[in-house]
Design a protein around this ligand. Structure first.
Ligand code: GTQ
Length: 364
């Protein structure tokens, strides 16, 4: 009747006549939307995570090709956001890359503006190609170069524009499924113009809040929200930090050399729901296995190698995006000839606040 085998049915509470009477009881309750926990408890309170999301890799070249073809048919302004969603094959119809996160590849063509809006979702951009287009946050342009990280924290106005002569493509990472889970989505378009009026010169926030400086408290220099001031983490800076760390220290056996992007206001993750990091595996280095509760989306920035995710093998090449679902064991390997550099983002920021984050590291 419900697809269970006789053996399974016998193992469930109540055999024979009692079973039939329980089923009759359930049938009477069902119209009142009442259900017996004991029939489903083992599937609700799991001994370990069992994500529906699957390991998957999106090669950059074909995704780029489809994005450019879409670009010939619909403008950024018409689309509002011209993005190809990287939907997890285990989560069809959800637009989700993990149960809590969304990822997509966004294209801005020369001369285009993706109109200004704001929403309760937090977003990050990780630049795949193009040089000199921008995301403007509350009217301040972050001029983007390949492999820069740019944030658009929740409820801050943002538009994207490209005044260069080359297409600009970046990976969007948002907490759309998390906000959907909480039924807390609000969004609005800026009225009147596609772009926010320019409020300050590009680089203003980096000068005020970067380089271990901050505005004198209570002074007119205090411009950005105190709890989340920075929004641009340039490749030139994070790559240099990784290079120095890799030159002088031993890699972590489970991660390689790994640095997290920090919010200078509190030293925590970059946004309330999303944490982001970069890692470098020396040439030929292979990590030991590691599991973590935060399903993670990775971009290959540099090098080639392999990822083994929950026992499945993926070859890695530059600009590929791949997803490691929660609690799937990840082992990474850099090819013999070159370092492997990765960017990753996950919901670890949210999980740590909720007391949920756990990791497991394979012993030597
Ligand atoms: O750029 O604001 O990929 O609102 C999805 C939703 C990008 C954006 C996405 C968005 C944006």
């Amino acid at each position: 009747m419900d697809g269970t085998t006789p053996a399974q049915a016998a193992a469930r509470p109540g055999g024979g006549d009692t079973r039939a009477r329980l089923e009759a009881l359930y049938a009477e309750m069902r119209p009142l939307h009442l259900f017996p926990l004991w029939e489903v408890l083992a599937n609700l309170v799991l001994p370990a995570p069992r994500p529906a999301a699957e390991p998957h890799l999106w090669s950059y070249a074909p995704a780029r090709e489809f994005l450019l073809r879409a670009g010939a048919l619909i403008s950024a302004e018409q689309a509002e956001r011209r993005v190809l969603i990287l939907e997890n094959p285990g989560l069809p119809g959800t637009s989700a890359v993990t149960s809590s996160l969304y990822a997509g590849l966004q294209l801005i063509l020369p001369g285009e503006v993706a109109p200004c809006h704001r929403h309760t979702q937090c977003a990050l951009r990780f630049v795949m190609e193009g040089d000199g287009a921008y995301t403007a946050l509350d009217g301040e342009k972050a001029v983007m170069r390949p492999f820069d990280l740019v944030l658009t924290p929740n409820w801050q106005w943002h538009d994207h524009g490209n005044a260069t002569d080359r297409p600009m493509i970046w990976l969007d990472g948002l907490d759309i499924p998390t906000v959907r889970f909480f039924d807390a989505s609000f969004a609005e378009r800026l009225a009147g113009a596609p772009a926010h009026p320019e409020t300050v010169a590009a680089g203003d926030t980096a000068a005020r809040y970067g380089r271990n400086l901050r505005p004198f408290r209570g002074s007119a220099a205090e411009r950005r929200p105190r709890d989340l001031p920075l929004f641009h983490y340039p490749y030139a800076e994070w790559r240099d930090s990784l290079a120095v760390v890799a030159r002088h220290g031993a890699p972590d056996p489970h991660l390689g050399h790994a640095l997290e992007f920090a919010n200078p206001a509190d030293g925590g993750p970059v946004m309330p729901t999303i944490a982001a990091h970069v890692r470098l595996l020396p040439a030929g280095f292979a990590t030991r296995g590691r599991r973590a509760t935060d399903g993670t989306v990775f971009v290959v920035v540099e090098g080639r190698g392999r990822a083994r995710i929950g026992g499945r093998e993926f070859a890695l090449a530059e600009r590929d995006t791949f997803v490691v679902p929660a609690w799937q064991e990840l082992e990474l390997e850099a090819e013999a000839a070159a370092e492997l550099v990765l960017f990753g983002f996950s919901d670890r920021a949210a999980q740590e606040k909720l007391g949920l984050f756990r990791e497991w590291r394979a012993p030597p």
